[in-house]
Write a protein that binds this ligand. Sequence first.
Ligand code: PHE
Length: 441
Amino acid sequence: MKPSNTFSRIGFVLATAGSAVGLGNVIRFPFVMGENGGGAFFLIYMISILIMGASVMLSEMLIGYKGQAGPASSFETLATKGNKFWKNIGWGISSFSNVIFSYYVILLAWIVAYVWLSATGGLPHDADHAESIFAVVRGDMTSTFLFGGIIFTLSFYVVAKGITNGIEKLNLVLMPAILLIFMGMLLYSFTLDGFDEALIFMFHVDFSKITVHIVIAAIGMSFFTLSLGTGIVLSYSASLPKGVNLVRSIGYIIVLDTSIAIVSGLMIFSFVFTYGGDPSAGFGLVFITLSTVFASMGVWGEVLGVAFFVALLFAGITSSVSMIEPMLKTVHRRFHISRGKAALYLAMPTALLSSAVVLSLGGYLGEGSLLDQLDYILSNVMLPFGAMMTTIFVGWFMHKSTVEGAVNNNLGHFFGLWYVIVKYIAPIALILVMFGLIGMI
Ligand code: PHE
């Protein structure tokens, strides 16, 4: 019997992979790869996931596993010095998750709109029409409030229900569904003429294309896709039963996350190379290019469209739920209030921020979109910062014996190497990536 409100092993892997697999894998990964020349980007992305991503993930897991609490309390109790400072860093990192949630939920509202459009035959037939539909969906405040509100409430409800009855249960249903739909779509893309070209685009590495810019983009993407630097992995790990092999869990999570990214890439590029379109079309790659492709395929396209957008929605929901947990766990434990109450208190400021994002999309909050600005700051500054602080903490502010005790048996001879990465290499690399992402390198 597992203690109540603790993950089962499989539940933990699926929930953490559920957080990792999200809009980043399906929308962002293909277009960032498209913009950065395909195979060369993919190679560096993989190396970065295996070396840096896995190392930072292990650091986060270890803090949660040993601290047995959300980021603020885990940092505070485990720090060998500067406990107050680290507690505040913990609060800060947890709040990053709520900021992502506030705009992620709006992207999910658009996806609900696209599920609706696919099901009712409303997808656009040509590129111009597609652009105008996308603009309408983005600017339609009523449907964004409605669909976004539903997802918002649902996500908070699931997290309020707790780990076992909420987060784990949701992931045990949605993750297999996502995997099934994606496998089906991959099989379909095998039959398309553009499949071979997609394979070459993704896996042929042209070393001359590797530039500093591509390296930075690939490392940045590898952190975003694994949901690192925001206390999510840390908070989930605080609800692990004793005796879990952290390293093996990371292996499974990375395999799941990477498989979905590869399948999304192959699928989207097969469609693009078969039916035409620009692989470096940004967010429009999915909402404009792909939706036009579905529309041109008749009834079959409607089925594929619904399946694709539903899988995307599920992937997004398993991520959005994870973004609520760090702050909720912290408030619930530190102030001794129920998860339900903590959810209510946290939902209010988050809803305000989300509403501001919707108003800005509707043109009511001055120039520029708040959504793009938040996304920019988050993925380019906050996530690398959070990841960097996590590694500095494990390398410099935790007893080496505590660290060793938690992972040594799993890492064996690799412990020394991992420790060097966490202590020296990752913090330096992350600060460089942060400067690189904001254009200072
Ligand atoms: N990993 C999620 C995705 O790929 C995004 C995310 C980033 C979620 C950071 C939580 C924290 O969509």
